[in-house]
Design a protein around this ligand. Structure first.
Ligand code: HEC
Ligand code: HEC
Length: 342
């Protein structure tokens, strides 16, 4: 496969030859018109011919460097993950909440509200190491085919917030996105992202649907296949816990793969010995067991894990309703399943 050049050093010799010819040509033409034999009567017909040649050369270069590549770009096939929603198409929240939004409209809302001033939709290879493209895989580095179905692209240049190329896979939860847009400080206390609570409910839902579709394969989202059905041998309680992890927004602060985030990772959490801080400031060493996990959800500030800030809302606040004991147990079962040797 042909990768685009990532650094000048990778460009071919022919490219540099062309650059040298153009730069050299322009320079000698300038010097010739300024100091050459024609200097006393610069506005001769020869001068005009030379100017004509220059215009022609520039026109040819525009053709070779911009027009021809643009026609070729039209032939680039979409990638699997290309974003291709049509006006009017709706997306059901893959996390199971009964929300629905129109990704195409959301894309227009994204444009109109200047999200692109702080967020890019362009993943560079180095972003995977530096963390700008958190959750992205090396094969997801942006390529031209990713943009085929965008009527206009919003790559962005400034990154005051994270790159959003794969945000929909990282957080496939419309509910979370709506709440984050309304109040970013609810999840990240130091967030500088402005609030978008002035948007209408429809705008918020559509925007959330657009975000959820980023980094996913639209064909699958349309068929409701994004969240893979749990394997039939799995304990249904673990499956329920996984569903709650997404729908109650735990996914926003806790990872499952060992990566750090606002909260600790759940990989290997159960049974781990950890340092916690009590409200009066004393430190204690405890083992993460059922009782501790339960308390951490119901009353997160009772014992705060050392090294983390006390920002976790309790599970009732996160759900926006009463949470049953059965749901808490399902979450515990899910966390346990992430610590068992496989
Ligand atoms: C002034 C800059 C700024 C603007 C404008 C902005 N954001 Fe953000 N955004 C941030 C920052 C900083 C973060 C990281 C902190 C956070 O998660 O709140 C962020 C995070 C996010 C996240 C990731 C949330 C998460 O939990 O990982 C999403 C999604 C997002 N923004 C969407 C949007 C959308 C949609 C818009 C336009 C309606 C927008 N942002 C406008 C700065 C901005
Ligand atoms: C706004 C970010 C945020 C959200 C959302 C969040 N948590 Fe947390 N969570 C934290 C932080 C930070 C800690 C570590 C500090 C502490 O102990 O309070 C933590 C700690 C925990 C702990 C203690 C054990 C540990 O170190 O991980 C459990 C259990 C837990 N969270 C469960 C949940 C569950 C279940 C949800 C979803 C219903 C959830 N969290 C949602 C931020 C969050």
């Amino acid at each position: 496969m042909n990768h685009p050049w990532q650094a000048p050093a990778e460009a071919s010799g022919l490219y540099w030859l062309l650059v040298a010819l153009v730069v050299g040509g322009l320079l000698s033409f300038t010097l010739w018109t300024l100091y050459g034999r024609l200097r006393p009567g610069r506005l001769t017909t020869v001068g005009y011919h030379a100017l004509g040649v220059l215009v022609l050369v520039l026109a040819l270069f525009t053709l070779a460097l911009y027009v021809i590549p643009a026609t070729q770009a039209e032939k680039i096939p979409p990638t699997e993950r290309a974003w291709d929603w049509k006006p009017g198409e709706t997306l059901k929240d893959p996390s199971g909440a009964a929300l629905e939004g129109e990704p195409y409209r959301g894309y227009l809302v994204y444009l109109a509200n200047g999200c692109t001033y702080c967020h890019t939709l362009y993943l560079r290879p180095q972003d995977i190491q530096t963390g700008w493209g958190e959750g992205a895989r090396p094969e997801e580095v942006s390529q031209m085919g990713d943009y085929v179905n965008y009527p206009f692209t919003m790559l962005g240049t400034q990154r005051d917030g994270p790159d959003l190329t794969v945000i929909g896979r990282k957080i496939p939860n419309m509910n979370y996105h709506v709440e984050h847009l309304v109040n970013p400080r609810k999840f990240k206390i130091h967030s500088i992202m402005p609030t978008y609570r002035y948007l209408s409910e429809k705008d918020l839902l559509d925007l959330a649907a657009f975000l959820v579709s980023l980094g996913n394969e639209p064909q699958k989202l349309r068929m409701g296949q994004l969240v893979p059905p749990p394997p039939t041998t799995e304990d249904p309680r673990i499956a329920q816990g996984r569903g709650l992890y997404n729908s109650l927004s735990c996914v926003a602060c806790h990872t499952l793969d060992g990566a750090s985030s606002t909260g600790s990772t759940w990989k290997g959490l159960y049974g781990r010995t950890m340092e916690i801080v009590l409200p009066d400031g004393t430190m204690q060493s405890i083992t993460a067991d059922d009782a501790y996990l339960r308390e951490s959800m119901v009353d997160p500030s009772a014992k705060v894990v050392s090294g983390f800030s006390n920002v976790m809302p309790n599970i009732r606040q996160l759900a926006g309703r009463d949470v049953t004991e059965e749901e808490i147990q399902a979450l515990i079962a899910f966390i346990k399943s992430l610590s068992q040797p496989r």
